[in-house]
Each structure stands twice: as C-alpha cells, then as structure tokens.
Design a protein around this ligand. Sequence first.
Ligand SMILES: [Zn+2]
Ligand SMILES: [Zn+2]
Length: 361
Amino acid sequence: MALPRTMMAIRTWGPEDYRLEEVPVPEVGPGEVLIEVEAVGICASDVKCWHGGGHFWPSDDGPGYVEAPAIAGHEFSGHVVALGEGAAERHGVALGNRVVAEQIVPCEVCRFCRDGHYWMCQRSWIFGFKQVLDGGMARYCRLPRESRIHRVPASLSVGAAAYIEPLACAWHAVDRAGIQPDDTVVICGVGNIGLCMVQIARRQLAGTGRVVALGTRQNRLDLALGLGADVCIDVTRADAVAEVLALTGGYGCDVYVETSGNPDGVTQGLGMIRKLGTFVEFSVFSRPATVNWTVIGDSKELNIHGSHLGPDCYPKAIAALADGTVDVDRLVNGVYPLDRFDEAIREAATGSVMKNLVRPI
Ligand SMILES: [Zn+2]
Ligand SMILES: [Zn+2]
C-alpha cells in the first residue's frame, strides 16, 4: 500500500507553543523502520517541557535540551509499514509487526555505548525533543538504525502499549533499589511512574515486606492501595516520617524511591530511611533540593542511587503487561485525536487525571 506524502503532526516550537502542522511522511534509509503510530502517552516530562521547564528550553543556563521544532512524543507504539535496507534483519521485525522503540536512540560509539551503558549515551537523543529525532505525535514515525526495537503482543491494549516506556523507567528505578525480602519500601510520589513502581516493588517483595506509598491526592493514594501498596500516607495530612518510623520499630524504611519531583521528598526520605538504607532518585525537580549531606555519610552511611530511563527493562515490562501482573489500563484516562492535543496536555497538567493518550490516526 502506498503511503501518503504528508501527515499531520504536533511540533514543539516553544513553551505552550506546540502546533498542529502538515509535514512530509519520513522516508526510511538503511536499517531504518517506519511505523504507523497507534497511540502516544503524555508524560510528566512532556508537561514540564510544554510548560517551559528549566532545562528543556534555552536560558541563561545554556541552550536547553529541545532543538525545535521537533514532533513531540516518546511513549508510543505502532505497526511496521516500511523497512529500509537491512532493517528487517537488524531489528528482527517484519512489515505489519506491532513494535515499540526505546525512548533513547544511542550513538553506539561513545564510551557509555561501547561499554554497555547505552542509556547514558553521551549525546542523549530521546524521541520527541530534537529535529534529528521526531517523536510519535504524527501518523508515522521513523525509527533510526540505532533504535532499540521490541515486539509488542497483539493482546496488549493500546493504552498498555503506550505505557511500556514509563513502565520500563519505573522498573529500572525499582531494580536500582535492590529490594530484599521483608523490606519496607517507600515510594514517594503516586503519579503514573509511582503507581508502576508500587506494583513492581510489590512483585519483587513476593508477598513479604511492605510497600508504603506517599502522595498528596487521595484519589491517587486510593489507586496505589488497589495496585498493591500496603500503607498509603497523605503527606499533607500526616507526619510521614513519624509514621514510617513507627511502622518499622523506629529504624526507618529499607528503601526510599523518590519520584514525586518535589525537593521536599528528598529531605523527607533522608529523614525516614534507615541506616545503610538505599535511596533511589528518579524524579526531575523544578528547583534544587537542599539537604544535609551529613545524613548520607556520617549519620546513616546510605546508598544513593540515581536512575535514568529503562535500560534492559522493555522485555520484562512487555511481558508483565501481557500476563497481567502489572495493570496500567485503569490508569489510562482520555484518548484524544491530534487536533485536541492542547486539551489533552492541559488536562494532564492539572494532575487531575493519570495518563492521557493522543491517537494520531
Ligand atoms: Zn515518559
Ligand atoms: Zn553513545
């Protein structure tokens, strides 16, 4: 079937200036794959970027991550509609296959790529932010030769397929915590990623220990309870540090994962984590977190682990969605056509809904 020559796309021009525009359908070169996008999730990072968030746009601090205009969107899946020379063999895909590409397209030549840490690739190309790497908010999306492509089973809902990327990110962060049986694991923040982390932590504890979810909205804390949290604490109403210390005989939690994006979540975590505990930092902050580093060293000898993207987690995220052990369908809220993107992202920005999807077709 011949592809159309043009398509409609949402392109990032500047803060709160994302435009619906007609652009050429990309052509594929050697090793490249063209997919017809079925849906794109709107991520907290998309909301921050659209709002004009700090490191995305040029400022006194530097040029900013976005190279405008780019087609937005990094949480997407779709069906293969064209294959460049050698692409089928390279990626193990055929026309018609349902696939997802990891959000990062590594360069394969920098020191991090060469030693296996592709997710920390020096150039850090993520779909949807740069002219060289258009994202999924268009009918078609070109996956470059260095893309990391995974097959997606037909059984996954469109929402679950769009959720593979954030689930993989959540999984890597929880893996970084090195959860042990009987641990008390605190997940600070119950947005889309936090609610995935709750489920993954519950799964890794395999019926032992305790998952504690911290949040500021009762509806999200209720979701956390339904998805496997044993204890939920609204930090605006209760003294979360005192409650977690009380739950753990005064020792504190074994693991604390910060995914709230609020710098107060860091100080709170350092207050409730036990000595020799593991603190995983996932979220992106809009302002610096100021903490007393003495707690990390002299007082508690903590393990502080960062977490970025979802390396090597796509296959297990896809498997868990397929076998139903992770549930994201109840987190999907609205499905919007491209020409209602503004409405979709404004609603996501209010925080009143979980995941909004855009369907370019
Ligand atoms: Zn995302
Ligand atoms: Zn690289």
